[in-house]
Design a protein around this ligand. Structure first.
Ligand code: FAD
Length: 334
């Protein structure tokens, strides 16, 4: 499909430079704004220019009002329609495209979350733009930095597309301040497209512990835990003593010790907490890709040669079945 720009965003004129304007896609669940998605606003601020936020779903008003308070946002575009509650990309993509065309934005920014990853490439395709994924820095309005090969190389990419469609790595852009702004709220356009996809149900892992992706402290267990029973017996009290979220290596997830949603790494979540404690994890590059930007990395492993110790700031060589309960007791009594 073609994308016609309206004046003053006319690209045919070399004298008319398009004004920089970003649309930050904000996530919500059950009428609550996801504060992690405010990273998109931080990225938009780095670009400069005007910043609008986008929210959609049923009973969207309270979400829009909450988003309007975010520092640095001029306008919230809100679409009230239950069809967008679950963020199905099949109808969310055409919805966004209509609103992007109307607003004439130069940059579309969303988090590199499950939602952003499935949505923005579709938006990019509809706009005939090249999707720019998982950026960790912005050099200027056309130039972005992104890790490739599981973080083993850093690519600097330049885009000449009229509309840059970008997902950002949350750990590289802190969430914008939720207070201090006073944006206006405007109804967005709703194309109300018929879709052949239907939301059936979801089965969410519930936890009272901090959210893995945004927690300040994470304790992760690996294959060294040996079984699900041992994983729970050893790791959960440690997490609670520290007030930490629980993570896991892929080996631990694949062996059924931990839920899929806890996987840290290249094919799991990318985290960058203040403290990351790896227990019985060898430190394969695919695991490091998900945690090596943590501020302090600690590791407990019985093998002094384990590669995790090459990235660890502090390490303890020993049997986790002995050391972790001891550590947990000390934390509890301190
Ligand atoms: P192992 O490598 O088996 O290490 C277990 C460690 O526990 C060892 O170092 C051992 O010394 C230690 N240990 C054992 N017993 C004890 C004990 N009693 N006390 C103390 N220490 C003990 N992996 C991820 O984690 N996340 C990913 O997202 C991911 N994505 C991948 C994507 C691809 C395409 C591929 C090919 C692989 C991916 N992997 C990923 C897998 C990765 O390569 C490793 O296989 C995995 O990380 C190993 O997990 P582990 O460290 O728990 O297990």
């Amino acid at each position: 499909s073609t994308f016609a720009f309206s004046s003053p965003f006319n690209n045919n004129s070399s004298t008319l430079r398009r004004l920089l304007s970003s649309l930050a896609i904000l996530e919500q669940r059950d009428g609550k704004l996801n504060h992690g998605s405010l990273s998109a606003i931080t990225a938009a601020k780095k670009l400069g220019g005007s910043i609008h936020g986008f929210v959609a779903g049923s009973n969207i008003k309270p979400v829009a009002e909450e988003a309007a308070k975010v520092e640095g946002v001029e306008k919230i575009i809100a679409v009230d329609n239950a069809a967008y509650d679950k963020g199905l990309p099949e109808n969310f993509a055409p919805l966004l495209v209509e609103n992007i065309k109307k607003g004439g934005y130069t940059h579309i920014i969303a988090g590199h979350t499950a939602f952003g990853k499935s949505l923005l490439p579709r938006v990019a395709a509809l706009l005939d733009s090249q999707q720019i994924s998982d950026i960790t820095a912005i050099e200027n309005e056309n130039t972005f930095v992104r890790p490739i090969y599981a973080g083993n190389a850093i690519a600097t990419v330049e885009s000449s597309d009229l509309v840059k469609v970008i997902t950002i790595r949350g750990t590289a852009f802190p969430a914008a301040e939720a207070q201090g702004g006073s944006a206006t709220i405007e109804d967005g356009v709703d194309p109300n497209v018929e879709i052949s996809v239907e939301w059936v149900s979801e089965d969410l892992a519930k936890s009272d512990r901090p959210d893995l992706a945004t927690a300040g402290k994470v304790v992760s267990g690996g294959r060294g835990l040996k079984s699900k029973e041992d994983f729970d017996r050893i790791m959960l009290p440690l997490a609670d003593a520290l007030g930490a979220a629980v993570g896991a290596s892929r080996a631990a997830v694949d062996s059924g010790y931990a839920d899929n949603s806890l996987q840290v790494g290249q094919t799991g979540k990318v985290v960058a907490p203040q403290l990351y404690l790896a227990v019985g994890i060898s430190g394969a590059i695919q695991h490091l890709a998900g945690m090596k930007d943590s501020k302090v990395i600690a590791a407990i492993n019985k093998d002094a040669e384990a590669p995790i110790f090459q990235v660890a700031d502090v390490g303890l060589v020993g049997d986790l079945f002995e050391k972790v309960p001891e550590l947990t007791e000390k934390l509890k009594s301190s």
